[in-house]
Design a protein around this ligand. Structure first.
Ligand code: NAP
Ligand code: MG
Length: 402
C-alpha cells in the first residue's frame, strides 16, 4: 500500500513525560506506516526549552503563523519542584501561555464521546464544546480592602488629561472593592475565533453574559459579538445552516442542562473557568477531552486537554506496567491532519484522520481500552490493556478498516 502524501508540513511540538512516550508510539504505530508524514519538529520538552532559554517555544509559535496548523504534546509548566528536578536556569513560563500570547487565540475544548462512557447528563447525546475567553476580568483585577468609612471612585484620566469619575460606593463601614477591565481588541478576537470555529465545525454558537445587570461591561461583550456577527459572519452562517444564539448566562446554564449537546458554548473568562470543569467531569474523563487553540487569523494548534501524566511516567521509568490513555493525543493528531488536508485539498489525508478516529472509538466500544476507561465503563466483558497493547489494538482495527 502506498503512503498518503502531504504537501505542507505540520508544526510538531513535542513535549514531556508520559505524553512524550505516547507521542512517539502514536507516530510509530498509527501514523508513519500510513502517511508520508511531513512535520517541522520543535522539541518543547523541558530539557530543550531550558537549553534554548525557551526560544524554541517562541520559534514554534512563529512556525504556526507560517504553516497555520500545529499539533502539540502536553508539556510541563515549571514550578519550584520542577526547577530543582530539571536543574532549570529559570522558572520558564507555561508554553501554552507563550504560544497563546503570540497567536492570540481562543481555546476550544470538546469531549470525545464513546458508547459505554456515558455523560452524567442523560440527554447530552452530542459533545458540548466550550470556549473560554482567556483575557482580563477578575483574572487581571485590582482589589482593595476598605478599612472603614470613605468614598471609593473609579477615575479615568484620558491621554489629554480630562477626567471622568463614577462613585463605586460611599462606605459607612469596612468592606472590599475590586476594579477589573477588558479590551475591545481582545473581545473582538475572541468573537472572531468563536464564529470561525463554529463555521469550521458546522455547529451552533451560544454566547451568554449578565448584560441585564452589567449594562456597560457585559453589554459591551454582547454588542461586540452582535456587530461582528452581523457584519462578517451572518451570511456565512446562513449559508452553512447554523445559528448564533445570545442569551443571559443564567438562562444559558439552564438550557445547557436540558440540551442534547452538539453546539459551541462561548464563555467569558470566569464562566469558562468554572463551566469547563463542570463539563469535563460530567462527560466522564479528562483523558477523553481534546483542545484546540484557534486564532482569529485562522491558525490552529491541536492538543490534548490533560497534562503530562507524571505519575504514570515515574512508573514507566521504573519499568512498571502503565495503562495511559492516548485517545486525546491521537485526536490532537487527527484534528491537525484533517485541518492540513482541508487547507491543502488532500481528501485522502482527511479520510485517514476520520478512519483513525473511528478505529480508536471502535476499539474502545469493542471492549478493549485503557484502565481509566475500564474502571468507569458501563460495557460488560471489557479488557483493560496496557499502554502498548492498546496502541496495537487500535492499529489492528485501523488496518482492518483500510
Ligand atoms: P495530568 O497530567 O493531567 O494528570 C492528572 C491525573 O489524571 C493523572 O495522574 C491520571 O490519574 C489522570 N490522567 C490524566 N491524563 C490521563 C491519561 N491520558 N490516561 C490516564 N490517566 C490520565 O495532570 P498533573 O499530573 O497534575 O500534571 C502533570 C504535568 O502536566 C504538570 O507538570 C503540568 O504542568 C502539566 N500540564 C500540562 C498541560 C498542557 O501542556 N496542556 C495541561 C495540564 C497540565 P491517575 O494518576 O489516578 O491514574
Ligand atoms: Mg478551572
Amino acid at each position: 500500500m502506498s503512503k498518503i502524501v502531504m504537501t505542507t508540513p505540520l508544526v510538531e511540538m513535542d513535549g514531556d513525560e508520559m505524553t512524550r512516550i505516547l507521542w512517539k508510539m502514536i507516530k510509530d504505530e498509527l501514523l508513519l506506516p500510513f502517511i508520508d508524514l511531513k512535520t517541522e519538529y520543535y522539541d518543547l520538552g523541558l530539557v530543550h526549552r531550558n537549553e534554548t532559554d525557551d526560544q524554541v517555544t517562541i520559534d514554534s509559535a512563529h512556525a504556526t503563523e507560517k504553516y497555520k496548523v500545529a499539533v502539540k504534546c502536553a508539556t510541563i509548566t515549571p514550578n519550584a519542584a520542577r526547577v530543582e528536578e530539571y536543574n532549570l536556569k529559570e522558572m520558564w513560563k507555561s508554553p501554552n501561555g507563550t504560544i497563546r500570547a503570540i497567536l492570540d487565540g481562543t481555546v476550544f475544548r470538546a469531549p470525545i464521546q464513546v458508547k459505554g462512557i456515558d455523560p452524567c447528563v442523560r440527554n447530552w447525546e452530542k459533545p458540548i464544546t466550550i470556549a473560554r475567553h482567556a483575557y482580563g476580568d477578575v483574572y487581571k483585577a485590582s482589589e482593595m480592602k476598605i478599612p472603614g468609612p470613605g468614598k471609593v471612585e473609579l477615575v479615568y484620566t484620558a491621554a489629554d488629561g480630562k477626567e471622568e469619575r463614577v462613585t463605586v460606593h460611599d462606605f459607612k463601614g469596612a468592606g472590599v472593592v475590586q476594579g477589573m477591565h477588558n479590551l475591545t481588541d481582545s473581545i473582538e478576537s475572541f468573537a472572531r475565533s468563536c464564529f470561525t470555529y463554529a463555521l469550521d465545525t458546522k455547529q451552533e454558537l451560544w454566547f451568554a453574559t449578565k448584560d441585564t445587570i452589567s449594562k456597560k461591561y457585559d453589554h459591551t461583550f454582547k454588542d461586540i459579538f452582535q456587530e461582528i456577527y452581523d457584519n462578517e459572519f451572518k451570511a456565512k452562517f446562513e449559508k452553512a445552516g447554523i445559528t448564533y444564539f445570545y442569551t443571559l448566562i443564567d438562562d444559558a446554564v439552564a438550557r445547557v442542562m436540558k440540551s442534547r449537546g452538539g453546539f459551541i458554548w462561548a464563555c467569558k473568562n470566569y464562566d469558562g473557568d468554572v463551566m469547563s470543569d463542570m463539563l469535563s467531569s460530567a462527560f466522564g474523563s479528562l483523558a477523553m477531552m481534546t483542545s484546540v487553540l484557534v486564532s482569529p487569523k485562522g491558525y490552529y494548534e491541536y492538543e490534548a486537554a490533560h497534562g503530562t501524566v507524571q505519575r504514570h511516567y515515574y512508573k514507566y521509568l521504573n519499568h512498571e506496567e502503565t495503562s495511559t490513555n492516548p485517545v486525546a493525543t491521537i485526536f490532537a493528531w487527527t484534528g491537525a491532519l484533517r485541518k492540513r488536508g482541508e487547507l491543502d485539498s488532500l481528501p485522502e489525508l482527511m479520510q485517514f484522520a476520520d478512519k483513525l478516529e473511528k478505529a480508536t472509538i471502535d476499539t474502545i466500544e469493542g471492549g478493549r481500552m485503557t484502565k481509566d476507561l475500564a474502571l468507569i465503563t458501563s460495557l460488560e466483558n471489557v479488557t483493560a490493556l496496557n499502554t502498548e497493547d492498546f496502541m496495537k489494538a487500535i492499529r489492528e482495527t485501523l488496518e482492518a478498516s483500510l
